[in-house]
Design a protein around this ligand. Structure first.
Ligand code: HEM
Length: 446
């Protein structure tokens, strides 16, 4: 079994004082956790009169997510400026489905896009194949282009050229950069600095995002393809939306789905390439599985059940580098959790970054060991929460897993990526957890 331990931020001996926590959280959400945070199961502290509780074991995490599931999911909050308001967003600009939104990404729809995933990945075989050997590529932007292409086809039935995809990602990342420069501690309910709206970079970037999404909607509604998320959203009629979604709701929903989806999938794939490159044993087992299951062809949905080790590599990547490493909720009433009183209005944190490396729930928690996800050894459901948990878990969990597994399989069947000598990999983490500096790696054909 591989013994690779990817580097992680230094851990404090004790909890930093509350003011330092606010200071550190503004720079990096992973930087302020002490060693104790990887051992404790439930704890709380007061920061400037506000109660903060860390639900850091499966039963407490389960309680918080089920009890306060729909209150303030971090991702919607982070995308709120895009959706027309800052935090107390106008509900009318959002699509709030009466039933579970996972209908949007049901396995039937995903299976209709089997070819979308295969074709998009095969374009990379062609593109990467034309590079000279041992050329350096920037893995994170490459993976963003790939996942943007797949997302666009699923959402709008829109084929993206590499140039268009770059332009679009440029616009979306301007928005993301602007949001991330905003004081991150606000998202956690901490006091912070709120920029003035009107003419600020977030509003400007949001307008650009709206423009591009409107354009895609206009093109997507012209063709009569029924197998897209757009076509599904156009037919929504429920108690809350008897006349269907408004144009604003439609645009906001699709912008959010695009941003939430391509970033999380691209981060997962990028971290997976890094981890595989550092673990010869894992790389060997992965190649053995791919050669055996795929032979000379690309992966399709039919292979999913056979790509057991590839899937374990993705799960282990999501454990070590959960793309959304911190979930925050608000206690809507007085509560008692693990014999501790929780006042109404407290901020409840469920932190996959901590839970996934918790010393009580994982053997060798900091090691990269995909084998731990093989049959018979799967972890407790609420100790592994890369997609959050019901009732507000990621609506596109199945789609995200399929895209990550199949595209890694097809690309790793054909190429190896290695770190240039002496290159140190580190992370950046504001809202999502991604490799810093775009992760340059050397590519060679297999
Ligand atoms: C590896 C891939 C992915 C991971 C790890 C992931 C993770 C998550 C997590 C943890 C949440 C809950 C956030 C919270 O409760 O604060 C979430 C929500 C969400 N995800 Fe994903 N996601 C992935 C892929 C996708 C994709 C592909 C899409 C869309 C195409 C998507 C769309 C969304 C949306 C719209 C929400 C907000 C749900 C709501 O508030 O109603 N995700 N995701």
């Amino acid at each position: 079994m591989t013994e690779f331990i990817p580097p992680y931020p230094p851990r404090y001996k004790e909890w930093p004082n509350p003011l330092d926590i606010i200071k550190f959280a503004r720079q990096d959400l992973l930087s302020f956790w002490p060693s104790k945070a990887f051992q404790v199961q439930f704890t709380g502290m007061t920061i400037l009169t506000k109660g903060f509780f860390l639900a850091n074991c499966p039963d407490a995490a389960h309680h918080v997510l089920t009890q306060y599931g729909h209150k303030n999911p971090l991702m919607r909050k982070a995308l709120a400026p895009l959706l027309g308001d800052v935090f107390d967003s106008d509900e009318e600009t959002w699509y709030k489905p009466d039933s579970n939104q996972s209908d949007l990404f049901n396995p039937e729809l995903v299976s209709l896009h089997n070819e979308t995933i295969t074709n998009a990945t095969e374009n990379y075989i062609w593109r990467w194949g034309s590079l000279t050997s041992a050329e350096t590529i920037k893995v994170l932007p490459e993976m963003r282009n790939l996942t943007a292409e797949i997302s666009c086809k699923l959402l709008f039935n829109k084929k993206l050229s590499v140039e268009k995809s770059r332009e679009m990602l440029g616009i979306f990342s301007q928005y993301q950069d602007a949001v991330e420069k905003m004081d991150i501690s606000l998202f956690l309910g901490l006091p912070g600095w709120l920029p003035k709206f009107g003419g600020n970079p977030i509003t400007k970037a949001a307008k650009e995002v709206h423009k591009i999404t409107d354009d895609f909607i206009a093109q997507g509604t012209k063709n009569d393809n029924q197998d897209t998320v757009l076509s599904h959203l156009l037919t929504v009629r429920d108690g809350s939306h008897p006349n269907g979604l408004t144009a604003t709701q439609l645009r906001n929903e699709l912008s959010m789905l695009f941003m939430a989806g391509q970033e999380t999938m691209a981060n997962t794939l990028s971290w997976a390439w890094y981890l595989i490159s550092q673990s010869p044993d894992v790389e060997k087992k992965l190649h053995e599985e791919l050669d055996c299951v795929l032979g000379e062809r690309s992966a399709t949905l039919d292979d999913l059940d056979k790509l057991i080790f590839t899937r374990a590599v993705i799960d282990e990547t999501l454990r070590l580098y959960p793309p959304i490493p911190l979930l925050s909720r608000e206690a809507t009433g007085y509560d008692v959790i693990r014999n501790r009183e929780v006042p109404a209005g407290s901020i409840m944190l469920v932190v996959p970054w901590l839970l996934h490396r918790h010393e009580k729930f994982w053997h060798k928690p900091n090691h990269f060991m995909p084998e731990r996800f093989l049959e018979g050894t799967r972890p407790h459901k609420f100790a592994f929460l890369p997609f959050s948990g019901m009732p507000s878990e990621c609506s596109a969990q199945f789609f995200g897993t399929v895209v990550a597994t199949l595209s890694l399989a097809t690309l790793a069947k054909n190429f190896r990526l290695a770190l240039p000598e002496g290159q140190v990999v580190s992370h950046e983490c504001h809202l999502t957890l991604r490799p810093k500096n775009d992760l340059p790696m050397l590519i060679t054909k297999r």
